[in-house]
Design a protein around this ligand. Sequence first.
Ligand code: ZN
Length: 639
Amino acid sequence: LENLIVFTTRPETLFAVQYVALALDHPIVQKYCEEMPDLKEFIQKSDQLPNDTKEGFQLPNIKAVNPLTKEEVPIFAAPYVVSSYGSAPSAVMGCPGHDNRDFEFWQTNCPGEHIKTCIAPFFDDASKVTEQERQRIIDTVPFTSTDGVLTKECGEHSGVLTAVARKSIMGMLNSEGLSKSVVRYKIRDWLISRQRYWGTPIPIIHCDNCGPVPVPESDLPVKLPELEGLDTKGNPLSTIDEFVNVACPSCGSPAKRETDTMDTFIDSSWYYFRFLDPKNTSKPFDREIASKNMPVDIYIGGVEHAILHLLYSRFIAKFLGSINAWSDPAGIFEPFKKLVTQGMVQGKTYVDPDSGKFLKPDELTFVNDSPDGNTVIIKSNGKVPVVSYEKMSKSKYNGADPNECILRHGPDATRAHILFQSPIADALNWDESKIVGIERWLQKVLHLTKNILSLEKDLAISKDYKTPTDLNDAEVKFHNDFQRFLKSITESFEVNLSLNTVISDYMKLTNILESALKKGEVRNEMIVQNLQKLVTVIYPAVPSISEEAAEMINSQMEWNQYRWPEVERTTESKFKKFQIVVNGRVKFMYTADKNFLKLGRDAVIETLMNLPEGRMYLMNKKIKKFVMKFNVISFLFHK
Ligand SMILES: [Zn+2]
């Protein structure tokens, strides 16, 4: 009996293992090969098979024992098993019932044989899957979802969810020494050398006697030589003799300096460390300074930052952590807490439907002379161009200059317009005409500030003004609505960077204030208090407008315009509307203290009887049944 190491990512499928497949270079296969000419032939021919071939060669007189079920299963030599997966000889287990490739392999090599399963789909009561759909999923073989529940054939594990079974099965086998959990990183090579001038020199000297020798630390850093223009073909460094020809640091004989430079990804992988300590002349950066300030709180960039650069930066940051160049209390040495990849601004693009050519704005006629008018005609042929939004480019004549927009509408309106047009990660279709909505809102903020401040002479609230506790219904609604949007704005900045909804929430807050001002049901102090909050929270997006409004408020009272308002608890009205139901029909409503029902049955009935409506509907009748619950007070009278 020999040990055979098999790899799997799904130990919970062990119950349904029906075979083991070995790579062709596995020692067991190699051993058989010496004695079996037809296996040898199979291996030789396998070169011509496609990578995903289902061919297999069953090894005679040998079986593998399942460590969990102690069942014996056949062993195949199979070209689909990639050689030396990891460091150990390569072998995988086959579960035809739970894996597509294993299923096809089994069909090819053992056609017609029973297929075992050990995982069934799991439907919780909340899942809205129709009975028919459920049956279809249950009947599907192989069942390849990684989520499910172990079947009754799985002994003590039956009825357990796969995610749980995975751990408990591994725990059991690990403790018996029959398995070992490993983490496998799918790491690929990163070739960092480039045949290019513009990069960090690789500090290596090549010597015929000693081979590659590192540049001594005292000679570091190797600096790029000055160049008179970059007009050579290939890497200019290799043509600069003073740079290339050096003495070997080890034996002193003539040697050549490495002329490849490092991939610029190397530099972009750690610049955020250097930025923390840019004037350090003895080290890349100071350990204390880096440990105090890292990781980066939020990293904003184009989507290209989310792929290779992110991978490399994390790798380098973790490497720097592993050599103790910085410390991370969390112990994970991740360089960025949060990454946000913003979308691209796309320009309106006009194409001639006949020639397919991109059109310049001066080749088009815009109705009303507005470059953003909806009706556009091609001057030369009178046709309507094809309009689309595409990445801005000179050849498409679809660029928009933000400076021009700022000159026309101001920086605040331009900024808010950009934020408002689409979620931060999505493409933004640039349409300057839509900025009017933003401009209208900004005007409204200033008008509103002026109108609120002139509500009464010398209207002012103290710096420590607190939301009163005796709110009327209108004030409760006003307060709660305001808190709701304040909360949404705060979370949008702090949690999800949903900056487009921030702008729409600003507009909603402005409307809440405006309507409260119009209706006059909210006390002036509360309106002023919440105006101050609005002026503060719009600052990040529209600072000039915020300052302008703040200045008006400052002229009348003292307050701290730069302190972000805390989101207060929403409150409930002290009052409640009760429905008075007589013989099953609502007869009238009564607004009372919300604890009215706590007065008790007799007091409630007496209070109602004394109302004008009470005298009309309730007097001189004999009560058969009386119920009071929530906001309903119900009488059932004898006929
Ligand atoms: Zn040497």
